[in-house]
Design a protein around this ligand. Sequence first.
Ligand code: 1CP
Length: 350
Amino acid sequence: MRDLKSELLDKRFLQPFASKAVAPPPVWLMRQAGRYLPEYRQVRAEAGSFLDLCYTPDLAAEVTLQPIRRFGFDAAILFSDILVVPDALGQSVRFAEGEGPRLDPIKSVAGLARLALSNTNDKFALVCETVQRLSEALPRETALIGFCGAPWTVATYMAEGKGSSDQAAARGWAYRDPAGFQQLIDILTETSIVYLTGQIEAGANAIQIFDSWAGSLAENEFARWVIAPTARIVRAIRERFPAVPIIGFPRGAAASLQTYIDGTDVDGVSCDTSCPLSVMQTIARTGKAVQGNLDPLLLVTGGDALDQRVDTICETMAGLPFVFNLGHGIVPETPPENVARLVARVRKAS
Ligand code: 1CP
């Protein structure tokens, strides 16, 4: 039996999700494992393809631990990818070197026949084995975050067959045939619930739902394709695991953040770089945890500009339930010494 009360006491990362301010704030960074670390590039080269790395528990656990060893972050995030879900469902994903993900696009309801929840067992089991190994290997004070992509964001890759700047394939499908697109969203919602349940049972202490393309939708579509499926995931996970915090990341949707929180009932939100600190303060004052939101490019720049912004964020969010993070993922050009500098600076904040 897991003792969730002692997890909360041991792992300072979890406390903001119980509406507590922690000084200095807990810190972890999106994409803290990755190509900016030489030790990652070495394991990645040994693994073969990117998805082989995700599906090899030894190696996936190793690259998750690398940034914890180097920087002592307060939380580790499972090394995997949001596109493991379509891959496991039966729409194979390839990562072409330097080109990002490639999938055979599904552009209409007829393509959904390729997908089945029953296909996912073996691949999800490998990811959950990684989680289990991590929960045994991590220091007691380090929390483990599991994750999935939100149904809307995952659907944008499935419909487009790759990353896109405007998510036109999914938006077009959703306008043309909302009932058909709803079927895809429903499949992803149910699959995400199964996937997150497996990660929590294997030892994840918190969950993050990445909705990287939430900002591309108009109000009604945001309610239907972002809020409604996320709310369903939150309800299902909370019913089984009431003590496990659920963090939403509706990137690009700062103006709808309160609507998103009210509609989904997440325990906390991750805020992108464009979100004003005053908005983050307002939300944190209601007792919801807020994560964010340093520009990842300032972490490339480093120096005084980095220090000053870190201080501003920490000072503005002092006394509130806050977790220091970036507004989006670390970029490969980031000098690792700037990450060490950031962590030291956050830890000096009181
Ligand atoms: O060659 C490599 O090493 C591949 C680079 C890479 C990495 C390190 C990809 C390909 N994914 C990942 C890991 C990853 N992806 C994590 C691991 C944990 C960590 O943060 O350390 C997580 C949480 C993700 C989530 C993810 N994947 C998102 C949501 C967050 C975000 O960045 O907006 C998205 C949109 C993806 C898709 C994806 N995977 C990889 C790439 C290059 C992309 C973006 C494709 C595109 O839109 O062009």
